[in-house]
Ligand binder design. Structure first.
Ligand SMILES: *Cc1c(COP(=O)(O)O)cnc(C)c1O
Length: 373
């Protein structure tokens, strides 16, 4: 009686999708010939639809890691003789993939500052097929004007891609801003609990189909169990992001103007060089920020003095974590080169968690007092 307009089969489903671990499915008399590497098990389909909905995209695919999503997407649109423009400041693993692999495929690339539109314009060659941006970027929270970039590429018939990991789809929906393909390391905010390695790609049906065709050949699929965990995580995504945003804003304001802090990088601070653009294109400023300790404070001693905030390679979990780019993501650069791009030995990247913000502030304050003793 009350099920009018509903698919009756759904009434046997619970609030969460059952896990389909099967790698073998019927192929006779069925609409879909299912196989995990074809991105079409029930769990893969469910998570793809949810991510597409979050991104306001027609379609989405889950991948086994953020890098699988990035590499498969790039190679779906680039072949021998093509050219691609990247923003300078992109995720280290993506940077490594480009500089180590692209020459083997005969793909040309250029990096550019990527803040001013002119930076991109000047790099576009006649054989350019893709522009790839990351905003907010890692670790300096640089903001690129997403709308301006998507307008530019439409004129040149180039496919635009964004790494939307730092913002999450709650804070930024790049497809609405004209970008073709939005990519995530779902290991970060989408997962949110530091227990999933996953990636995702969202875009139009046509673009996602191209990535799907490459995905079948490269095999970077997400397992059904991970799909289940990711589905569970996404249920609280909006709530978590709301708290990440709120805490990060409070922490950024606390650090900004603190006598022991030389500089704060956070798009939610009006002093951020692209605050206005961030405000226009983001629904929230996110949980990631970076700050530089004053020269007289030792960054390693400071990290060791923290009690609640843990030094960690990853980010975007519910717990606050901190990382020193000079020792980790940018360790391969010389100190000179690091300083040139603003990554000093005293720079810390801070993934603000969802704890009580006063606990976070107390931990930082006590650690500062400890190292100054
Ligand atoms: C972690 C990360 C990636 C890579 O994702 P993996 O899931 O580790 O493969 C890509 N982009 C950004 C911005 C990241 O933080």
């Amino acid at each position: 009686m009350h099920s009018r307009g509903r698919d009756k089969r759904l009434t046997v489903w619970g609030a969460i999708s059952p896990i389909y671990m099967a790698t073998s499915y019927p192929f006779l008399d069925v609409e879909t010939k299912r196989y995990p590497r074809y991105f079409n098990t029930p769990n893969q389909e469910v998570i793809g639809k949810k991510i597409a909905a979050l991104e306001n995209a027609e379609a989405a695919l889950p991948f086994g890691s953020g890098i699988a999503a990035i590499s498969t997407s790039l190679l779906a649109f680039l072949k021998k003789g093509d050219h691609v423009v990247f923003q300078n400041e992109i995720y280290g693993g993506a940077h490594n993939f480009i500089v180590k692999e692209f020459q083997n495929y005969g793909i040309e690339y250029d990096f550019t500052e990527g803040v001013d539109l002119e930076n991109f314009k000047s790099k576009i060659k006649s054989n350019a097929k893709v522009i790839y941006i990351e905003t907010p970027s890692n670790p300096l929270l640089t903001i690129t004007d997403v709308k301006a970039v998507s307008k530019l590429v439409k004129k040149h018939n180039i496919v635009s891609m964004i790494d939307n990991t730092f913002a999450s789809p709650i804070n930024q929906t790049p497809i609405d801003l004209g970008i073709d393909i939005s990519i995530h390391s779902a290991t970060k905010y989408l997962g949110g609990h530091s227990d999933i390695l996953a990636g995702a790609v969202a875009g139009s049906k046509e673009h996602i189909d191209k990535i799907f065709q490459k995905g079948i050949n490269f095999g970077g699929n997400l397992s059904d169990f991970m799909c289940y965990l990711l589905e569970r995580s996404i249920k609280t995504l909006a709530l978590r992001i709301e708290k990440h945003n709120k805490n990060a804003q409070i922490i950024a304001e606390y650090l900004d103007g603190h006598k022991d802090i030389a500089k704060v990088y956070y798009p939610g601070l009006p002093s951020h060089p692209n605050y206005k653009i961030a405000k226009a294109q983001m629904h929230g400023f996110g949980g990631m920020l970076s700050f530089e300790l004053h020269k007289n404070i030792d960054a390693i001693a400071f990290q060791n003095a923290l009690k609640m905030i843990k030094p960690s390679m990853s980010l975007a979990g519910v717990e606050s974590t901190i990382l020193m780019p000079a020792l980790t993501s940018h360790a391969l650069l010389s100190e000179d080169d690091r300083n040139k791009i603003g990554i000093s030995n005293n720079l810390l990247r801070f993934s603000v968690g969802i704890e009580d913000y006063q606990d976070i502030i107390n931990d930082i304050e006590e650690a500062l007092q400890e190292v100054k003793k």
